[in-house]
Design a protein around this ligand. Structure first.
Ligand SMILES: [Zn+2]
Length: 281
């Protein structure tokens, strides 16, 4: 699809900005503070990028790209109240100046918000973190799924034998130079790349087994992973109760910096399980 300029006349990703736009940009910079881009915004922006380090549109397309912009889902121009009373999305520069601008050119208000939600959460399209072109594994793979602190890593360690491959994102994060719960965009992106290489290597391995740890909270997502990894793959779901996971998180000093987020993920997992039972799935 050829890039088209948005309604604000912002340049597309490849075209050099016209002089008119440059003038406008200078004017914008001068008024940046008046338009709401204050120190408070910078703090909010940094926090948001920590929580959502990857471009959320790229992620929905199955790509991992470090985000550089926190986008106002609704344009706040001409309405200072909308600057904070808004919802926000981490985007790469390309999606921010391209596809989002085009959406804003044709949609507004609730329609635009609905577009953003569909763009970010194509809920039925699970398995978004499966690397492109993944070939079926040539060795047995156990996909170990479960909420934080449900014992996935411990179980994998107990099952594995010398020569087996354990693929664990938290371990990979440290292997690529991050700290244990590092969520800097460059670390997350490097860890996804490294994990992709490990998953691709399964197609040509001849010995051992693989133990692959992944949250995968929905049945559909687990099925999608299993289909991608082929007939030698199976799924193990940790059935550790919600209260046990939360209690473990609470008493693990290592998890203190991410405890709130992990407890939230445990609760979301429990809701997902309850929901799938209620609907008979
Ligand atoms: Zn993007």
């Amino acid at each position: 699809m050829p890039p088209a300029p948005g309604k604000h006349g912002l340049p597309s990703t490849t075209r050099a900005p016209a002089p008119k736009h440059q003038a406008r940009r200078c004017e914008n910079r001068a008024n940046a503070r008046e338009r709401g881009y204050t120190k408070a915004w910078e703090r909010f922006r940094d926090q948001h990028l920590k929580r959502h380090p990857l471009c959320e549109y790229c992620l929905a397309d199955g790509r991992t790209t470090a985000a550089s912009v926190v986008d106002h889902d609704l344009p706040h121009e001409h309405d200072p109240a909308l600057f904070w009373a808004n919802t926000f999305t981490s985007l790469c520069a390309s999606h921010h100046s391209g596809e989002k601008q085009r959406a804003e050119a044709t949609l507004s208000g609730d329609e635009l918000l609905a577009w953003v939600q569909r763009r970010k959460h194509p809920r039925k399209v699970w398995g978004f973190s499966i690397p492109h072109g993944l070939q079926p594994s040539a060795i047995p793979v156990t996909i170990i799924s479960g909420p934080p602190a449900s014992g996935k890593s411990t179980w994998a360690r107990q099952q594995s034998r010398p020569g087996d491959l354990v693929i664990d994102f938290d371990v990979i994060r440290r292997a690529v130079g991050g700290s244990k719960w590092d969520d800097r965009p460059e670390i997350i992106a490097a860890a996804f790349t490294r994990r992709g290489e490990m998953l691709h290597s399964l197609a040509t391995r001849t010995e051992g087994r693989c133990w692959f740890i992944v949250m995968a909270p929905t049945q559909t997502e687990r099925d999608t992973w299993q289909a991608a990894l082929g007939p030698l793959s199976s799924v193990k779901v940790m059935d550790t109760p919600e209260d046990v996971c939360i209690e473990r998180i609470g008493r693990d000093p290592d998890r203190a910096p991410v405890a709130a987020r992990q407890i939230e993920a445990v609760r979301a997992w429990a809701d997902e399980v309850a929901g799938s039972h209620a609907s008979g799935a």
